[in-house]
Design a binder for this molecule. Structure first.
Ligand code: GDP
Length: 422
């Protein structure tokens, strides 16, 4: 009969490629719209299969239960790695919960913990607090001999038009060794300069917007705030705001009294006005360091750098250089040709090519690292800003990043962290 063959195409046959596409588009939402009858038995069957499989494994060899360390966010592959389970097991369990994930997807700690627990592993959560502590304070049990000095990270703050951008440019240009790649520098959102053999990292997004945005997310990139006050204008509303932000963050202030080349410059007035906002500079009997500068003539810039290093010495900025890198995203964009690019500031450990890092909800296998001079580098240690190529999507400024261990390194760090937290 001719009618019968016509009835079949009601559900059109698909080519393999189409099928794959359809699967790729399957989201939590449309997975939910499938009838429960479709979903129910398959979930149960999956559980049965899993139970059966685990049973079989137990017969073959006793299943190894592990203590699994779970950070704030972890990729499916990494979680499977740490549990010594197959990624597909994790994916299936997620599917049973109604979440479609691939091995590169990042899942949150709660979900990861549920999965690990269901598979019989014990779980150790690395809380936000641990991470945060790790970033700025030396964990009490980090061995002193493992710590190295790191460069101070400096933000320039102050009222509009008081010369923040000019000062950042002047410091940067003064430090470009003449003839060095034609003096061409790469703007990646931060740069490093050297003074008397010591390095200083400047975040070159002036103003407190970036600073506050990061702070609002609990992230702190800055060790020292340079408060720029124009000597011909004095303390203005955004000067006061900057002081408040620095104080709230517990970041020491260095006052740069700028535009000293102007005939109407009055540094004493600046110092006096600052008193009303509880910024007591040394000449007024306080302990806040101040430097008179001119971004235009570059007078006082050396003294400013020396003062920053002096302040840094007081702060005793020491951190572990070895181990997996942690830090902050300070800038990120979608670059034509290069894809998603983010400048990160390493705050602890060393970031290297090939590392897998998680930043917010994004993920990268580090393909290349580019420093502030536009040079490709193999790795970046503490206080070093680098552009990271290899992100799957654009992270947000202020996102914390953390290198996710490969299995071999996970075992090593597991030993280290067990030793740290006996
Ligand atoms: P920002 O808004 O704080 O980033 O200020 P800018 O760096 O854009 O500077 C504002 C204006 O002040 C510009 O016209 C600069 O050329 C000028 N300026 C900055 N620093 C100095 C300085 O040391 N001396 C003089 N005379 N002008 C300056």
């Amino acid at each position: 009969m001719p009618a019968a063959p016509r009835a079949a195409p009601e559900r059109p046959t698909r080519r393999v490629g189409e099928d794959a596409n359809a699967r790729g588009r399957l989201t939590v939402t449309n997975a939910g719209t499938e009838s429960d009858r479709d979903k129910g038995p398959s979930t149960a069957a999956m559980r049965r299969r899993r139970d059966k499989k685990m049973g079989r494994n137990q017969q073959a060899a006793p299943k190894l239960m592990r203590e699994v360390i779970i950070p704030e966010a972890i990729t499916v592959a990494e979680l499977a790695n740490r549990m010594a389970e197959r990624s597909v097991t994790v994916i299936k369990m997620l599917m049973a919960q109604g979440t479609m994930a691939t091995i590169n997807d990042v899942i949150d700690a709660d979900t990861a913990e549920l999965i690990a627990a269901e598979l019989g592993h014990t779980v150790k959560r690395v809380s936000d607090a641990d991470v945060e502590e790790g970033l700025y304070d030396i964990p009490a049990d980090d061995k002193a001999e493992d710590l190295t000095d790191r460069a101070p990270v400096v933000t320039i703050m102050g009222h509009v038009d008081h010369g923040k951008t000019s000062l950042l440019d002047a410091i940067r240009e003064a430090n470009v060794v003449s003839g060095e790649a034609g003096g061409i520098t790469q703007h990646i959102g931060a740069y490093r300069v050297e003074k008397n053999g010591n390095k200083i990292t400047f975040l070159d997004t002036p103003g407190h917007e970036a600073f506050t945005a990061m702070r609002a997310r609990g992230a702190q990139a800055t060790d020292i705030a340079v408060l720029v006050v124009a000597a011909d204008d004095g303390v203005m509303p955004q000067t006061i705001e900057s002081i408040k932000h620095a104080k709230a963050a517990g970041v020491p202030i260095i006052v740069a009294i700028n535009k000293m080349d102007k005939p109407e410059a009055n540094p004493t007035r600046v110092r006096t006005e600052l008193l009303q906002h509880e910024v007591f500079v040394e000449s007024m009997g306080g302990d806040v360091l101040d430097v008179e500068v001119s971004a235009k003539t570059r007078a006082g810039l050396d003294k400013l750098l020396e003062t920053i290093l002096l302040q840094a010495e007081v702060l005793e900025l020491r951190v572990a250089r070895d181990g997996r890198a942690e830090g902050l995203v300070i800038e990120a964009k979608l670059d034509r040709g290069r894809g998603a690019v983010a400048t990160v500031l390493v705050q602890r450990g060393t970031l290297a090519i090939g590392d897998i890092l998680v930043a917010g909800t994004e993920f990268a296998r580090v393909r290349a690292l580019i420093n502030d001079k536009g040079e490709q580098v193999k790795e970046a240690g503490p206080s070093i800003p680098v552009e990271v190529l290899g992100f799957t999507g654009v992270p947000s400024a202020g996102d914390r990043f953390s290198v996710v261990e490969t299995e071999a390194r996970a075992r090593r760090s597991h030993r280290i962290s067990s030793a740290r937290h006996p």
